[in-house]
Write a protein that binds this ligand. Structure first.
Ligand code: GCO
Ligand code: MG
Length: 403
């Protein structure tokens, strides 16, 4: 199990993905996702210059030791670039270990806690009517849970709402950052109407979710949480930026709407107070950005003690490698909540052959040894890297805002 080679594949079948391949002397290899949306090449440089040369000659079976070598050994701990680089190595090593054991990854973690993994899809529309049509399409396709985001009258364009009806939105949609203009008051006045319309048309059984994308202050988030209580959301996501974890304490005092946060977290320490104080209900830290299986398992275990469940980030800017590994994790983790799902383009699915499958609003884990996702390196070469940026958000007076 000695590591003989480790290299990166950067490909852009519709959008950029960075993939790490670790090869052992026996020929068994593992794959990890190293995609940090909009900052892809910074992770490439970190891995190529500082990490990959140190892996050659190491025993691939010593996952825990290698994790700490890269975390403690770097001296500069945490941060999205470092933790994405560590995650890519970690997931590739778990893939190797499971392949060598001849088992699907979920078996190494402790076996199945469930037969299938509930996902939520994304319904977006320029207005409430268009959005309801998209919710209906998802319900027809079998989804049991849908994230609902609509355009707001008076706001020209909102991140998270697709530009074309029926198509998913692309998180990094321009070469240099596009600028959006934001109005909190218009948004707050509109969202309760959206969810009233959703419940009116689809009844009580459908799980509905909403992402605020960090744009509110704590007291505004508290108001929104209270006003949507009659529509019993599955969760309200990222209602405020989470650097100040105590802000969630304030929101919590005001509303019973369940709260989800963590897609930008990269460490247990980003979520420690949130979890220990029971200020949140779902933790969204993901394998690719929070140190891989080895670290996210620690986050999930801590969360479990406090009734906090997982709800992994799963947009198109995480590769099928991340999604495949996440489905194994979701199949095992005792305190599973839900898995986000934005279908990849068919070009992406061809570059990353995989054995997970979507059925009736759920993912079914594959049974191949490892995490079940591979990369077609020849095909990947046909799609060169293309710089793409996430947008920024400004208030109507020009102030740069959270998004
Ligand atoms: O809930 C989500 O899926 C998101 O908020 C994404 O759209 C992120 O913004 C994107 O992944 C950033 O790269
Ligand atoms: Mg989000």
């Amino acid at each position: 199990m000695i590591i003989s080679d480790a290299y990166l594949i950067v490909t852009s079948p519709g959008r950029n993905f960075v993939t790490l391949k670790i090869v052992t002397e026996s020929g068994v290899y593992g794959i990890g996702d190293a995609t940090l949306n909009g900052r892809e090449l910074s992770v490439v440089a970190y891995l190529e210059e500082h990490v990959l040369p140190t892996l050659i000659g190491r025993d691939a079976s010593r996952i825990e030791d290698i994790w700490h070598y890269l975390y403690r050994g770097a001296y500069w701990r945490r941060g999205p670039v470092t933790m994405t680089a560590i995650a890519a190595v970690d997931v590739a090593l778990w893939d190797i270990k499971a392949k060598v054991a001849g088992m699907p990854l979920y078996q190494l973690l402790g076996g199945k806690s469930r037969d299938r993994v509930m996902v939520y899809g994304h319904a977006t529309g320029r207005d409430i009517e268009a959005c309801l049509e998209e919710v209906a399409r998802h319900v027809d396709e079998g989804y049991k849970a849908v994230r609902v985001q609509a355009g707001v009258p008076g706001i020209a364009s909102i991140y998270g709402v697709a530009k074309k009806e029926g198509e998913p939105y692309e998180p990094a949609d321009s070469d240099l950052p596009a600028e959006h203009v934001w109005s909190t008051s218009k948004y707050l006045n509109h969202v309760p109407k959206l969810f009233a319309a959703v419940r009116e048309r689809f009844g009580d059984d459908l799980h509905v979710l909403h992402d605020v994308h960090h744009r509110l202050t704590p007291i505004e988030a508290a108001r929104l949480g209270k006003e949507v209580e009659p529509y019993h959301l599955f969760w309200l996501e990222d209602c405020v930026p989470a650097e100040n974890q105590e802000a969630f304490g304030l929101i919590r005092q005001h509303t019973t709407t369940p709260l989800a946060v963590g897609e930008v977290f990269n460490s247990l320490y980003d979520a420690k107070a949130l979890i220990e104080n029971q200020w949140i209900d779902y933790i969204r830290a993901t394998l690719t950005h929070a140190g891989g299986i080895t670290h996210v398992r620690r986050i999930a275990d801590l969360a479990g003690l406090y009734h906090v469940r997982t709800g992994f980030h799963g947009p198109t800017d995480l590769s099928p490698v991340c999604l495949g590994a996440a489905i194994h994790f979701d199949t095992w983790v005792p305190n599973f909540g839900i898995q986000e799902y934005m279908p990849h383009t068919s070009a992406t699915d061809e570059v990353f052959p995989h054995d997970y499958r979507f059925e009736d609003g759920h993912f079914i884990v594959g049974e191949k040894p490892g995490h079940g996702v591979d990369i077609d390196e020849q095909l990947a070469k046909q799609y060169p890297y293309k710089r793409a940026s996430l947008p920024v958000n400004r208030l109507e007076d020009g102030t740069l805002w959270h998004w």
